[in-house]
Design a protein around this ligand. Structure first.
Ligand code: ATP
Ligand code: MG
Length: 568
């Protein structure tokens, strides 16, 4: 083993000893060494004896001598590292302990995605930070788009994420109250019923003109409001807020508060036909639910003025509205509006297609909830729109799944290899290089598959190591590669490759998700399907098991013959 590796081990052993009264231990040093130099994981057999040798040496030194050597030879190890994992959210101004109420208000019009995870985690973390409450509220006031299936999917997603809420409710359960507020705002002259057609309304908004409906008196508005329950057809009458047609903020130009929708509601069926739009429903609900801090994404910023104006006119308590940046990935739009057509047009296989940023897809791909939470917190709470690199999420995930992922061999584009003088019938291979995850027995008869990528570099006379097995020297290349076993000594300079025995080989497909959109166009090659061979032990693993295929990457077992590539 080279001097550099010995030096790294010595530094780590000294640091650990100096932090533990002068005594270090093999296991502590092993995990730190392999953690800081992952490439050594393939050489654990060779590294471990050296570690125990160095640990013994270091333990013979007195604590002052250990510190002296550490300070003189390894000063860099003594600099405290900043915490990288968890940046956490910045504190909020003026919040009293126990007095915060936040809410997560998805519309049940699609499957939950990692953007919802960001919103829900922020809501939950702040509620928890100040010992307050989180309300989970379905904003279900557009029956045209909503379905029971989506309520369920969002709830399942939130539970999977481990977001704990204190109360769950539906905006649609408050319809009577919302009607009362509608009447109130009409009565006070702060809203009117407009019967102009859609085109006229948009034209007037653009040209900053009021229409004749806005000057109608209370009796006209009351009559029209009552007629909205029966007489008018959808689109023939809407309730509009009396804002300011001259406002620079287009959201204030007499916006719609309520409209007629004649679709059955997933819960209330045909009970209601007048439905509040987003601004009216959210303002009222946030206020009556006791929300103190209403977090939402930045694109709603221009609607804040309307939110506060509605509550002003209704003389209702005002929550504080705060914005954060939408979560988007390069080439992977995080929005129900974009995801739904992909599923409906059959461009992807469903909401759990591993290319998608839905929570279902994340789960199926092997991204764990803790990684999503760490990732969201690492983005912190900012309004600036930055594309978060998906790799950051992957690296949080890798750290979490690595210690428990079983190691197996896989070969892709396989080539045959015969070791003519093989003298083994089976070997025991550890399931994890550091953790005690047991061993598996692999039957050997000298006939193997190796990966095409490794095979193509082999030349007659080369010596390579079959990982965990023995060293071989190549005697023939071509369709069938032949080799002789040489010895079992560790030789740092020779290539080390994985293999699978040809007997009882298991054929699997690896689904590799790629970027979904390239230059705004759907990438027809966004899902690569790779044929591969793995060991029989694969069949004994449960669906859902995370596997690290040695020298290949992390994959989650999706079925008896399919895995999904999680990340490198
Ligand atoms: P979509 O664009 O996916 O249709 P939406 O904003 O209509 O999303 P809702 O179900 O209404 O989705 O949103 C519930 C909450 O999730 C809102 O607070 C919204 O701001 C937040 N949210 C939705 N998408 C994202 C995203 N990509 N990043 C961060 N938060 C998001
Ligand atoms: Mg929405």
């Amino acid at each position: 083993m080279d001097d550099e590796v010995r030096k790294i081990i010595r530094g780590i052993a000294l640091l650990n000893a100096s932090e533990h009264n002068g005594k270090t231990r093999n296991d502590a040093v092993i995990s730190k060494v392999l953690g800081s130099r992952p490439e050594l994981r393939e050489k654990t057999k060779e590294v471990i004896p050296i570690i125990s040798e160095i640990v013994n040496e270091v333990n013979t030194l007195s604590l002052p001598l250990q510190k002296l050597e550490l300070e003189s030879k390894f000063p860099e190890l003594l600099i405290a590292k900043p915490k990288q994992d968890r940046e956490g959210l910045p504190p909020l101004d003026g919040v009293e302990q126990g007095k915060i109420v936040t809410r997560f208000p998805p519309e049940p019009n699609g499957y939950p995605h990692i953007g919802h995870a960001k919103a829900a985690i922020i809501d939950e973390e702040y509620a928890r930070m100040y010992g307050g409450k989180l309300i989970f509220r379905f904003d279900d006031t557009n029956p045209e788009k909503e379905r029971l299936e989506y309520y369920a999917a969002i709830k399942v997603g939130l539970d999977w994420l481990g977001v704990k809420y204190d109360h769950v409710k539906n905006t649609s359960d408050d319809m009577e109250l919302i009607y009362k507020k509608a009447e109130e705002i009409i009565q006070s002259g702060n809203a009117y019923v407009c019967t102009c057609n859609k085109e006229t309304i948009s034209k007037n908004r653009r040209e900053m003109l009021s229409c004749k409906c806005s000057s109608g008196d209370l009796s006209q508005n009351t009559k029209r409001w009552n007629d909205m329950f029966k007489k008018y057809k959808p689109g023939e009458a809407i309730v509009r807020f009396r804002g300011d047609m001259h406002s620079e903020n287009t959201a204030m130009r007499d916006p719609t508060l309520l409209r007629i929708i004649d679709e059955p509601h997933p819960i209330h069926k045909d009970k209601y036909r007048i439905w509040p739009n987003y601004d009216f429903a959210v303002a009222i609900e946030d206020s009556i639910d006791g929300i103190t801090h209403a977090f939402r994404t930045k694109e709603y910023e221009l609607r804040n003025e309307l939110y506060y104006a509605i509550l002003d006119k209704l003389k209702m308590r005002k929550p504080k509205v705060l914005e954060f940046a939408r979560l988007e990935f390069d080439g992977m739009p995080v929005s129900k509006r974009v995801l739904k057509p992909l599923v409906e047009e059959g461009k992807v296989s469903g909401y759990d297609d591993p290319r998608l940023p839905t929570l279902e897809a994340m789960r199926r791909r092997g991204i764990v909830p803790e990684a999503i939470r760490k990732f969201v917190l690492s983005l912190s709470f900012t309004k600036s729109d930055t594309l978060a690199p998906f790799e950051t999420l992957e690296s949080f995930n890798r750290k979490i799944v690595d210690p428990t992922s079983i190691r197996l061999f896989i070969t892709t584009d396989p080539a045959k290899l015969i070791v003519k003088n093989n003298n083994l019938t089976d070997i025991d291979v550890p399931n994890h290089p550091q953790k005690d995850m047991g061993k598996r027995k692999i039957q050997i008869d000298g006939s193997f598959y190796i990966s095409g990528d490794d095979a193509k570099f082999l030349k007659v006379g080369d010596e390579v190591r079959l990982l965990e097995l023995y060293n071989i020297r190549i005697t023939k290349v071509g369709i069938d590669i032949e080799a002789d076993m040489t010895d079992n000594n560790f030789k740092p300079q020779i290539p080390k490759i994985q293999w699978v025995p040809r007997q009882n080989v298991v054929k699997i497909e690896v689904l590799i998700p790629k970027i979904l959109f390239v230059n705004e166009q759907f990438n027809e090659n966004s899902l690569e399907i790779k044929q591969a061979f793995t060991e029989p032990h694969y069949l004994e693993l449960n669906v859902g098991t995370e596997i690290q295929f040695v020298r290949y990457g992390y994959c989650r077992k999706d079925s008896a013959n399919q895995v999904i590539y999680t990340h490198k």
